[in-house]
Design a protein around this ligand. Structure first.
Ligand code: PGA
Length: 242
C-alpha cells in the first residue's frame, strides 16, 4: 500500500482528482469507479476544476458507482444517483448513457447484481476506483461479516452505518435499511484503487485496513492484498498508523 498523509482535505482532493484526471488523459475512454459520501466531495470539486480549466475531457469516460440505497429512486434527493449528479456529473461532461449506478428500485436484486458485474466486465473493467471507508471498516456497503462477499449484492445496513448516514436525512428512521453494493470481489478487480480517510473517527478503521489482520470483520483489510492501492489520509485519520 502506498500511504500518503496530508494536512488538509482539500489537498487530498486535489491529489485524488489528479490521479483520476491523469488516468483519463492517458486513456480517454477510461472506466472510473466512483463513490458517494462526504469523503470524495473535495475530489469531485477538484475534478470539476480540472475539467473547467480544460485539463481533462470526460466525454468518452464510463462510470460505475459502488452502491445505492434500496427503495430510493434515482430522483430521490438522498439517492446516490442524485448525489452523483449534484456533486460531480453536472459539473463535468460524462455522457448520461455512460453513467451507471446500481438500481435501488428493482425487485430482483440478485439479477441486478449479476447484470451490474457483467456490465463492468464487458466494459473492460474499472481502471481506477475511489473508495471511502466506514468507521467500522466497511468499503462500499460491504459491512463487517463472516466471509468476504464476491459480486454485487443486497446488504442489510448495520446500525453503525445507519447512524453515520442519518445526518443526511430528516430523521434516522428515514435511512433505508438495505442497499445494493459492489462486492469485495468486484472492488478488488479494479486495476487501481484510491482510498481516502479523513477525520479522527476513521482512525481505528485505517489502522485495521493498513496494519490489522486480513479478515472479513474488517472489510477494508482485504486491500492489503491488492497490487495497486493508494491510501490518502489526513493526520487525524492516520494517527494510529504513524
Ligand atoms: P463518508 O462515508 O465519506 O460519508 O464518511 C464513507 C463510507 O462510509 O464509506
Amino acid at each position: 500500500m502506498n500511504i500518503k498523509i496530508f494536512k488538509n482535505t482539500d489537498d487530498i482532493g486535489k491529489v485524488a482528482a489528479m490521479m483520476f484526471s491523469t488516468q483519463v488523459i492517458s486513456k480517454p475512454n477510461s472506466i472510473l469507479g466512483l463513490a458517494t459520501g462526504s469523503t470524495p466531495i473535495p475530489t469531485y470539486k477538484a475534478m470539476q476544476k480540472n475539467y473547467d480549466e480544460g485539463l481533462v475531457d470526460f466525454s468518452q469516460v464510463t462510470t460505475f458507482n459502488l452502491d445505492e440505497y434500496i427503495g430510493l429512486s434515482h430522483s430521490h434527493n438522498q439517492s446516490y444517483y442524485y448525489f452523483m449528479q449534484e456533486n460531480l456529473f453536472r459539473g463535468i461532461n460524462v455522457k448520461e448513457e455512460n453513467i451507471h449506478v446500481p438500481s435501488g428500485t428493482s425487485e430482483d436484486t440478485d439479477k441486478i447484481g449479476c447484470e451490474y458485474d457483467a456490465m463492468i466486465e464487458a466494459s473492460g473493467g474499472v481502471d481506477i476506483q475511489i473508495l471511502g471507508i466506514g468507521q467500522n471498516g466497511h468499503i462500499a456497503f460491504n459491512e463487517p461479516c463472516d466471509e468476504f462477499p464476491m459480486g454485487t449484492h443486497k446488504v442489510t445496513l448495520t446500525e453503525n452505518t445507519i447512524e453515520a448516514n442519518a445526518r443526511f436525512f430528516e430523521t434516522k428512521d428515514e435511512v433505508p435499511k438495505f442497499a445494493i453494493t459492489m462486492g469485495i470481489g468486484t472492488i478488488m478487480k479494479a486495476k487501481k484503487i484510491v482510498i481516502i480517510a479523513t477525520g479522527e473517527n476513521k482512525a481505528d478503521a485505517v489502522y485495521g485496513m493498513v496494519k490489522g489482520e486480513i479478515k472479513p470483520q474488517m472489510p477494508a483489510s482485504i486491500l492489503q492484498l491488492h497490487p495497486d492501492v493508494t491510501v490518502l489520509c489526513d493526520e487525524s485519520a492516520a494517527k494510529r498508523i504513524l
